[in-house]
Design a protein around this ligand. Sequence first.
Ligand SMILES: Cc1cc2nc3c(=O)[nH]c(=O)nc-3n(C[C@H](O)[C@H](O)[C@H](O)COP(=O)(O)OP(=O)(O)OC[C@H]3O[C@@H](n4cnc5c(N)ncnc54)[C@H](O)[C@@H]3O)c2cc1C
Length: 174
Amino acid sequence: MDKREYTRCLIVGSGPAGYTAAIYAGRANLSPVLYCGMQTGGQLTQTTEIENFPGYPKGVDGNQMMLEFREQAARFGADIRDGVIVKADFSSKPYVLTTDRGVEIEAETVIISTGASAKYLGLSDEEKYNGQGVSACALVMASFIAKKWWLLWVVATLLAKKLATLPVFVLKST
Ligand SMILES: Cc1cc2nc3c(=O)[nH]c(=O)nc-3n(C[C@H](O)[C@H](O)[C@H](O)COP(=O)(O)OP(=O)(O)OC[C@H]3O[C@@H](n4cnc5c(N)ncnc54)[C@H](O)[C@@H]3O)c2cc1C
């Protein structure tokens, strides 16, 4: 493998921001090269249902949505690669970034879209209950709690109806 390459546009990260950048750069004929990093598709691949993204009126699975982002970026010529950027030299142009496989990439433009990772509290059962009440996303949590209160209301209503049909015993003192 050639250890030194050149690109007009290098994108670091494959979350929504990285793929969006790749779609725009691809459409601008910049032939972008995108490195996915250790989490291909970004944080949304950790969740099952996304309900707040425009264009998906019925909600969408996070992995499915990120596959569609990737497909759209590839359609406009983005060169999407596995690998992590481990070093960057921005001291002069073209910038030089190095991958974990030792490939040096000279780039006129670098778009850094490395996102974030959730900070958990470190409690013992956090991982066990992740997605079942423990969440790193405020939007997901709000919706989860709203759904649970609704569920509680249904259970309480059903119980109340059941109780109303039970025979009533009247205790008499002799
Ligand atoms: C469990 C969970 C559920 C969520 N649910 C929702 C939701 O329902 N709705 C919503 O709007 N938001 C949700 N979010 C938030 C949403 O995931 C983030 O806001 C969004 O993913 C941020 O996108 P991003 O592209 O900026 O970065 P990220 O998705 O964080 O992607 C970062 C990318 O950078 C890459 N990267 C990092 N370092 C390097 C490197 N050195 N070299 C190469 N690549 C690198 C990673 O591999 C990754 O691909 C949720 C988050 C979590 C954790």
